[in-house]
Write a protein that binds this ligand. Structure first.
Ligand SMILES: N[C@@H](CCC(=O)N[C@@H](CS)C(=O)NCC(=O)O)C(=O)O
Length: 345
């Protein structure tokens, strides 16, 4: 095999998207070099311009002239890697299933991350845990005094940002209920098959896994809930970490007609909480409102308007409308009654 330069990414252990991507690179047998650190510092050392929005993970990939460039956003990076290496792909070959994969990946990245941020900073004991561990993951040999300063600073900053993602006293029970339902539907689904879309992992498995590395592996309250109600999901999260030894079959993915009934549970959760969020956010962006409020799952939800989630809705629609008529009607049949249909009206 030709030896390729390893793909470099800069990220952090407590970052769900970093973990998503490291697990994906392992599964895909793509040589990588992960640098645990702050992208800004590391890019400066390497003399590479920082990306417009600094996020974790940051990848170094060649631009059209072969110059290394810092880029972020796991979803398009996954698609770029699909083009660069054909073995062990994570986007299903059937375009209709690729759409379902896209939708679930987006839900994991944008909604399940609300569970993550909520449990990390809302319960006091979790905020205390994260406040100590985040600086230590940044620098394990930091002295106690700067550790305590860093802890106070980061805790205050992040707790103040809870409202930005929609976590507050009113929504806390809704987020908790959605997290528990999500675990239960995943638990049931994993009784039917080892991955979300069949016998081999897809991008959406890695996206869910990324959030669960934190919910189960980092934050005590969400870990306790998962161990209590979803032991299969706990085990699955352990297995997903490194699937480099899995030998995926070409026909390992479900077809639209062979998806287990249990997948419906996951789609219903997406329709129940995430679809209305995307729509309300899009309306707010269109009206130029800085924040919005809507009813989700019988409770008032308010959060800041996110231009990025506006793009998420556009991309989901682009994927949907790019399907052939025949594929789209297979998808419509699968989504019927889940609440996801509103995304395309
Ligand atoms: N859509 C992006 C999201 C990445 C992201 O939001 N990363 C978070 C950390 S896990 C981040 O870097 N946030 C910046 C901050 O918290 O300052 C992706 O898929 O990579």
């Amino acid at each position: 095999m030709p030896q390729q330069e390893p793909l470099v990414l800069i990220g952090a252990v407590p970052s769900p998207y970093t973990r998503k991507m490291v697990a994906l690179l392992r599964y895909r047998n793509i040589a990588y070099q992960v640098i645990w650190g702050d992208p800004k510092e590391i890019l400066q050392q390497k003399g590479i311009a920082a990306p417009k929005v600094g996020l974790l993970p940051t990848f170094l990939m060649p631009d059209e002239n072969g110059q290394l460039q810092a880029i972020t956003d796991s979803t398009p990076i996954i698609r770029r890697l699909e083009d660069e290496q054909v073995e062990r792909r994570v986007v299903p070959s059937d375009p209709a299933m690729a759409f379902i994969d896209y939708l679930i990946e987006d839900f994991a990245d944008e909604w399940c991350t609300k569970y993550m941020f909520h449990y990390r900073w809302y319960p006091e004991k979790d905020a205390d845990n994260a406040g100590t561990l985040l600086p230590l993951f940044h620098r394990v040999d930091i002295a106690d005094s700067p550790l305590n300063q860093f802890k106070a600073y980061i805790t205050q900053r992040q707790v103040n940002r809870l409202g930005v993602v929609g976590s507050n006293e009113v929504t806390a029970p809704l987020i908790d209920a959605s997290y528990r339902r999500f675990l239960v539907v995943m638990e049931l689904h994993l009784q039917a098959q080892p991955f979300v879309l069949g016998q081999r992992p897809s991008a959406c498995d890695f996206a869910i896994y990324g959030q669960l590395t934190q919910l189960i592996g980092f934050d005590p309250s969400s870990r306790e809930i998962a161990h209590e109600i979803a032991p299969r999901v706990v085990a699955w999260t352990g297995l997903m970490e490194d699937q480099c030894g899995l030998d995926p079959a070409m026909d390992g993915w479900n077809s639209v007609d062979s998806t287990p009934q249990s997948l419906n549970g996951l789609l219903i959760e997406i329709g129940r909480v995430y679809a209305p969020t995307l729509l309300a956010n899009a309306v707010a962006l269109e009206n130029g409102d800085k924040s919005w409020e809507t009813e989700i799952d019988g409770s008032v939800w308010s959060q800041q308007s996110f231009p990025y989630q506006g793009k998420c809705l556009t991309w989901i629609r682009d994927e949907y409308f790019a399907l052939s008529d025949a594929d789209r009607s297979r998808i419509d049949a699968l989504l019927e009654g889940t609440g996801c249909e509103v995304l395309f009206n």
